[in-house]
Design a protein around this ligand. Structure first.
Ligand SMILES: *[C@@H]1O[C@H](CO)[C@@H](O)[C@H](O)[C@H]1NC(C)=O
Ligand SMILES: *[C@@H]1O[C@H](CO)[C@@H](O)[C@H](O)[C@H]1NC(C)=O
Ligand SMILES: *[C@@H]1O[C@H](CO)[C@@H](O)[C@H](O)[C@H]1NC(C)=O
Ligand SMILES: *[C@@H]1O[C@H](CO)[C@@H](O)[C@H](O)[C@H]1NC(C)=O
Length: 470
């Protein structure tokens, strides 16, 4: 997390800004002088399927606000599966919205990497501008130079030390951080800002991202915390949404993610030339955490890397905003007061199936199928809970099993010491106990703790087989 070095920099900066303000000049003028290079962006929606509508909606919205800010299509690289706009469940064919009152954000979004081409290998090679490593897609890469500013935004499901991709392998934290280190070593950017939304997103950087790479990271949640979906169509009559409900035809679907829409709606309304990334952090953190105590939803937005980078203007990464956007309908008022139904990201699939079941006509095949699917997902969940519990008990005893698997390391210590161990033990677990689903991936922490405890490969194989044989 943030060290003394950063705190001192922040303090010095505060002094400088007071001084600059006294001089009668704005901070942004002071800061903007260095942003001579090209602005680049990489936008990634790491999921697919109708129930995950919101991740692609988030990415489309991000594209629109960057495009509006003057970034060129040749400098914006979009990863999205592209199965939402023309999905047969879409009540508004060909259109994607990211706010209950929002306009279409899908129109004009470049289809650089779609379908199976949305994978970890292509993502890494796009960042590294390694064309030879890319399979499929438009071939567009981050061909940046030493004076350029880079903005990366990723939204999806995650788990401890991982974020998902709709095809291929998971993105592991150490691989992602190694790619960023390589990018820095190649001298092909001035500064880089990375926004990440996923459950447990802090675990992608905590104790891993060093200072001095000129990278500032903001994550939706702490290393051991879920992130939240928002603008969710009501699931039950007992839990109506309060202010901004998604339109009724979107039952069971969330239109956005809480952290994501918080930063984007902020970027839509703020003057990006006078406002800094750090200013956005305070407002977004406030909005994302506002309801943790009221009703228990929301998360703690967290910062990593070089805090000093966040004193750049928003415009240095997102371009200036011009008032006339076609993509949004949020105004300053709705920004500060809006609240709506929120669902934690791990539970959105159940929320979707539940709503589907509820709205289907009595006695229809659709109602029956939704119920079957709902029960299947519920039983998969209890199955993975039981398997993990059993594994823990066999390895560490009935008393201590749970405690060892669920223990969370202190801040600034990475999830696991040996990432190769984690990757291979996840594979061993999946081979014997079934593939980890979006929900099940929260147990990656337990598997990491098995590595941290020094359990051997042989023992992991034998015990997984035993734990999941019944
Ligand atoms: C580029 O991709 C190729 C093919 O995957 C790989 O062998 C090579 O190491 C990559 N180069 C860099 C600099 O990452
Ligand atoms: C956070 O938001 C609330 C309104 O939701 C506001 O009253 C409060 O002043 C804000 N705090 C900060 C530090 O911006
Ligand atoms: C969220 O919290 C604010 C206070 O910060 C409260 O006024 C509002 O009603 C809450 N919204 C929901 C949906 O609970
Ligand atoms: C906004 O832009 C659209 C087309 O780009 C134009 O039709 C409309 O008149 C503009 N509105 C304002 C208020 O400038």
């Amino acid at each position: 997390m943030i060290s003394w070095y950063n705190i001192i920099i922040v303090f010095l900066f505060a002094l400088v800004s007071i001084f600059v303000n006294i001089e009668g000049r704005s901070i942004s003028q002071f800061l903007n002088q260095e942003s001579q290079g090209t602005k680049w962006a990489v936008l990634v929606a790491g999921s697919n399927g109708w129930a995950n509508y919101r991740h692609q909606a988030d990415v489309c919205h991000a594209y629109q606000l960057l495009k509006n800010g003057g970034l060129k299509d040749e400098n914006i690289i979009v990863f999205m599966y592209d199965d939402i706009a023309h999905n047969r469940e879409n009540p508004r064919p060909g259109v994607i919205i990211n706010n209950p009152h929002g306009n279409d954000v899908y129109k004009g979004v470049p289809k650089d990497y779609v379908g199976e081409d949305v994978n970890a290998i292509n993502f890494y090679n796009v960042i590294l501008a390694n064309k030879s490593g890319i399979v499929g897609g438009s071939g567009k890469v981050l061909n940046s130079g030493p004076n350029d500013h880079i903005f990366i935004y990723y939204t999806d499901h995650g788990g401890p030390g991982i974020v998902a991709m709709p095809s291929g392998e998971l993105v592991y934290a150490n691989d992602l951080v190694n790619v960023l280190k390589k990018k820095h070593a190649s001298g092909t950017y001035d500064r880089l800002v990375f926004y990440l939304e996923a459950c447990e997103s802090g675990s992608m950087f905590d104790g891993l991202l060093p200072e001095g790479l000129d990278i500032y990271v903001m994550t939706a949640s702490e290393p051991n915390e879920d992130s939240w979906a928002t603008y969710c169509g009501e699931g039950t009559p007992e839990e109506p949404c309060l202010v901004l409900c998604s339109p009724p035809e979107f039952q069971g679907v969330c239109l956005g993610d809480l952290y994501s829409i918080s930063w984007m709606e902020d970027s839509d309304i703020q003057d990006r030339t006078t406002d800094s990334v750090q200013g956005q952090y305070s407002r977004v953190a406030n909005r994302t955490a506002a309801n943790i105590t009221h009703g228990g939803y929301g998360s703690h937005v967290t910062e990593y890397g070089d805090i000093v980078v966040s004193f750049d203007s928003l415009a240095a990464y997102m371009g200036e905003n011009f008032k006339n956007h076609s993509h949004d309908s949020v105004d300053a008022k709705s920004f500060s007061t809006s609240s709506s139904r929120n669902v934690d990201q791990h539970s959105t699939e159940l929320f979707y199936l539940f709503a589907k079941h509820r709205k289907a006509p009595e006695g229809s095949d659709e109602k029956y199928e939704a119920l079957v699917k709902l029960n299947e997902v519920k039983s998969q969940r209890s199955q993975v809970e039981n398997n993990v519990k059993h594994l823990g008990e066999l390895l560490f005893g009935v008393e201590k099993g749970n405690e060892v698997l669920n223990s969370v390391r202190p801040a600034r210590q990475p999830l696991v010491d040996n990432w190769d161990c984690l990757k291979s033990y996840v594979k061993i677990f999946e081979a014997h106990c079934g593939r980890l689903t979006t929900y099940g991936r929260r147990h990656v922490r337990g598997i990491a703790n098995i590595c941290n405890a020094g359990i051997t490969n042989e023992k992991m194989v034998a015990t997984s087989a035993q734990a999941c044989s019944s």
